[in-house]
Design a protein around this ligand. Structure first.
Ligand SMILES: Nc1ncnc2c1ncn2[C@@H]1O[C@H](COP(=O)(O)OP(=O)(O)OP(=O)(O)O)[C@@H](O)[C@H]1O
Length: 432
């Protein structure tokens, strides 16, 4: 049987030019001299570099990668919203993007009016929408809300309506970004069932997500993108493992484009004084912040793969005080791959008094957490706060991760072990 290609991407790169306040030396970043030593330059940044891959007709193809790795830019190029800087995309058939919430909707109109407005944008006549209307509303489960203005809908309700509309459109290729993640678990399940039904019609689904369990469960193949380039393409087990491994490594270096910038970067490297290395925690990091009077030096999770056999998960947080801290409280959150907090606590809640730390003192906090988690990737977010919780010493999103593999899957946020005993009175019918 000949292989039928739905989508072919060859040598695609995308460059954005950004005005940027560039601090001219790494050292000045830490010495408060940043203002005097900075200048505005136009910096070219590659969101994608040399991307080539093919997706077959009827494939459910996942695209995964860290925040900022280039996934959404790639989908926008596939959708024709962005033009690639170099390279080309060949699509075999019609492509419908479902990638940004709110596109094609007007918040001041009712749900019903928006169905007609959005339908017109998707190419339906009003008679066609009349015929589809009931199905759209039923799939979205919004029967009671269609006469309310869209601005009163939750983001989950909006996504249900938008997705329900997208499913009515005849398409050969469907692009789905993470927007589905705002729908609840039941709705997501419904969407996956719908995607699977598309396979029979040879419709191709390209799906961007951070939810590794969804990749393993639903995708035929997946692609991992990191720092604007493809790391690998292959079976979903391999790709999801590689994705998880990425978080044990530092994020990639910024992508430098011009020779002048490369020379500046080299100089900045040279400006670092080896005899006074800057502590890692002071680097600019969107996912980590705080005054660092006390900071984590190490986070350990007992196992990166958690199964039904594990009753508990041990988390060990090692921290060091750089200055004295009067009343430190240690805590943590655990979030699932969609970023929903699942549980969390702190030493105060657990009855420990706020800790007084002296300069240079090391603290090790060990947590034992029951394994209540559902299938998939989970993030650990430890924190140290002080001053009655008003000031943050160190707050670290996605400091570590673990993946839960369950034999039984439920559509809920947690999946604790639940035992059941059924007692049936076998003679009951004889007695009545
Ligand atoms: N319109 C734009 N102008 C300038 N830079 C952009 C633009 N869109 C994206 N970028 C940059 O391109 C890079 C890739 O962004 P992109 O949104 O594609 O990543 P992503 O993998 O989808 O991230 P996330 O998982 O957070 O959604 C980022 O560094 C981002 O800042």
């Amino acid at each position: 049987m000949t292989r039928e290609v739905a989508l072919s991407v060859t040598g695609v790169s995308k460059r954005f030019t950004l005005p940027h306040e560039r601090i001219t030396t790494v050292k000045s970043l830490f010495t408060g001299l940043a203002k005097r030593r900075s200048k505005i330059v136009n910096e070219d940044q590659y969101a994608l570099q040399d991307i080539s891959f093919e997706v077959e007709q009827g494939e459910f193809f996942g695209i995964v990668g860290r925040n900022g790795s280039g996934k959404s830019t790639l989908l926008k190029i596939l959708a024709g919203i962005y033009q690639p800087t170099t390279g080309n995309v060949v699509k075999n058939g019609r492509l419908v993007p479902f990638i940004e919430l709110g596109v094609g909707f007007n918040p001041e109109l009712t749900g019903r009016e928006n169905v007609y407005l959005n339908g017109a944008m998707l190419g339906f006549s009003s008679r066609e929408i009349d015929a589809l209307y009931e199905d759209i509303v039923e799939f979205a489960e919004l029967e009671k809300f269609m006469d309310q203005k869209l601005k009163n809908y939750s983001s989950g309700m909006q996504v249900r309506l938008a997705f329900s509309m997208a499913t009515r459109t005849k398409t050969d290729i469907l692009l789905v970004d993470e927007v589905l993640a705002v729908g609840d678990a039941d709705f997501q399940r419904k969407c996956y069932t719908y995607f699977k039904s598309l396979k029979k019609q040879k419709v191709t689904v390209i799906f961007v997500t951070h939810d590794m369990s969804a990749v393993v469960e639903h995708c035929d193949r997946a692609m991992l993108v990191e720092g604007s380039r493809i790391v690998s393409i292959g079976d979903t087990d391999k790709i999801t493992k590689q994705y998880i491994q990425l978080f044990q490594q530092p994020a990639p270096a910024p992508r430098i484009e011009s020779e002048e910038q490369a020379a500046e970067a080299a100089q900045a490297q040279g400006d670092q004084q080896p005899e006074e290395p800057e502590p890692q925690v002071e680097e600019q990091d969107r996912k980590r912040w705080g005054n660092k009077r006390a900071a984590f030096t190490r986070i350990d999770v007992s196992s990166s793969q958690v199964t039904d056999a594990d009753d508990t998960i041990s988390i060990t947080c090692t921290a060091k005080a750089r200055e004295s801290v009067e009343d430190a409280v240690f805590g943590f959150l655990i979030k699932n791959a969609s970023g929903n907090p699942i549980l969390g606590t702190n030493t105060l809640i657990k009855g420990q008094r706020p800790m007084s730390l002296t300069e240079g003192q090391q603290v090790v906090v060990r947590w034992t957490v029951p394994n209540v988690f559902n299938d998939g990737l989970h993030w650990l977010e430890p924190a140290i706060v002080h001053n009655g919780g008003i000031d943050v010493c160190d707050w670290w999103e996605e400091a570590a991760s673990f993946t839960v593999v369950r034999k039984e899957r439920t559509p809920y946020i947690i999946s604790p072990t639940i035992d059941v005993v059924v007692e049936k009175d076998q003679d009951a019918w004889q007695m009545s």
